[in-house]
Design a binder for this molecule. Structure first.
Ligand code: PGA
Length: 255
């Protein structure tokens, strides 16, 4: 019922030329794997080239962030309306933006609302830090971040949630499938059900992110509430991103 998704978050990697070369290399094979949604999220400056290179495919393009205000004196920032036509999705609340750019829960909410206003589909990322995890605060933190992100939002149809434990991002230390399922199936989906009803919660895609790679993808995807991945490092490699997409299709028996 939920169409799985593999989204590649390229972070601050690849020049515009490298980005176009990458999608030109991957696009034919990725296009054939159409049973699930595939999305690439290059840096802002590569969006136009990547969007153009992927024209005529159903591979989605995402931005990695968007500003919380409509426009104005925010040197270096990019507003939601500027992304129209360049991106289909936008990652919001990634832990690196929370950590390095000072993005708050309230900002995540504003960004999500602006993205929706301009027809962009938010991939809203939540997740606890290592310290919060070790203090036993994982549930409380994820619950708080999720509710804050969605405050005042009535329609979840175009929103994807990504649970990314900060300690698993780029560290090679993946959450176990059981840990990821416990938060996604035991916290995220139940909060969505409480806020929007069971049917909406069951229809919403929830991704796992944090050192997902072709070796651990199958076990994660076997979890009933994990609908895909938000992939950093492994999404920069053609063969790995193709492999992740294939594994998701196989595990969810969609071939
Ligand atoms: P990673 O990054 O796969 O390199 O851990 C995931 C993310 O930050 O979205």
């Amino acid at each position: 019922m939920r169409i799985p998704m593999m989204a590649g978050n390229w972070k601050m990697n690849k020049t515009p030329a490298e980005a176009v070369e990458f999608v030109n290399t991957i696009k034919d094979e990725l296009q054939r794997l159409s049973q699930i949604e595939r999305v690439v999220c290059p840096p802002y400056v590569a969006l136009a080239g990547v969007k153009q290179a992927l024209a005529g495919t159903d591979i989605g393009v995402g931005a990695q962030d968007v500003h919380a205000e409509e426009s104005g004196a925010y040197t270096s920032s990019v507003a939601a309306n500027m992304l129209v036509g360049l991106a289909d999705y936008v990652i919001i609340g990634h832990s690196e933006t929370r950590q390095y750019l000072g993005v708050t829960d309230a900002d995540v909410n504003k960004k999500t609302k602006l993205a929706l206003k301009y027809g962009l589909k938010p991939i809203v990322a939540i997740g606890e830090t290592l310290e919060q995890n070790e203090l036993g605060q994982t549930t409380v933190v994820c619950d708080r971040q999720l509710r804050a992100a969605l405050e005042g939002i009535t329609d979840l149809q175009n929103i994807v949630i990504a649970y990314e434990p900060v300690w698993a991002i780029g560290t090679g230390r993946t959450a176990t499938p059981e840990q990821a399922q416990a938060i996604i199936g035991g916290v995220v989906r139940p909060v969505l059900a409480e806020l929007y009803g069971e049917a909406v919660a069951q229809a919403t895609r929830i991704l796992y992110g944090g050192s997902m790679n072709p070796a651990n993808c199958a076990d994660l995807m076997k979890q009933p509430d994990i609908d895909g991945g938000l992939i950093g490092g492994a999404s920069l490699k053609v063969n790995d991103f193709i492999a992740l997409t294939r594994i998701a299709i196989e595990v969810k028996a969609l071939f």
